[in-house]
Design a protein around this ligand. Structure first.
Ligand SMILES: [Zn+2]
Length: 86
């Protein structure tokens, strides 16, 4: 993974919750991969969050792809419900 060498803070995306956060921040417990909210979670919980976040990210990407591929046509007229004669 190519990491651009920059001195100072960088905007990172939390692996567990997807939040964007600055790293490193003095006095902030956040790590390279986890924001300050997730870094305090038990590793097992964080692992599950990471898994879910991966799925969400993947789904978002696929959804975006689908939306760009399929330009939705004008809303089709709703089928008229057959009303039984009284
Ligand atoms: Zn987080």
């Amino acid at each position: 993974m190519a990491t651009p060498t920059t001195s100072g803070q960088r905007l990172r995306t939390c692996r567990a919750c997807g939040k964007k956060f600055e790293y490193p921040v003095k006095g902030n417990p956040a790590t390279r991969h986890h924001c300050e909210d997730c870094v305090i979670l038990p590793p097992d919980t964080r692992k599950i969050l990471e898994r879910l976040n991966t799925r969400v990210t993947q789904l978002e990407r696929e959804l975006k792809l689908l939306q760009s591929k399929v330009a939705p046509p004008a809303a089709p007229p709703a089928p008229t419900p057959s009303v039984p004669a009284a």
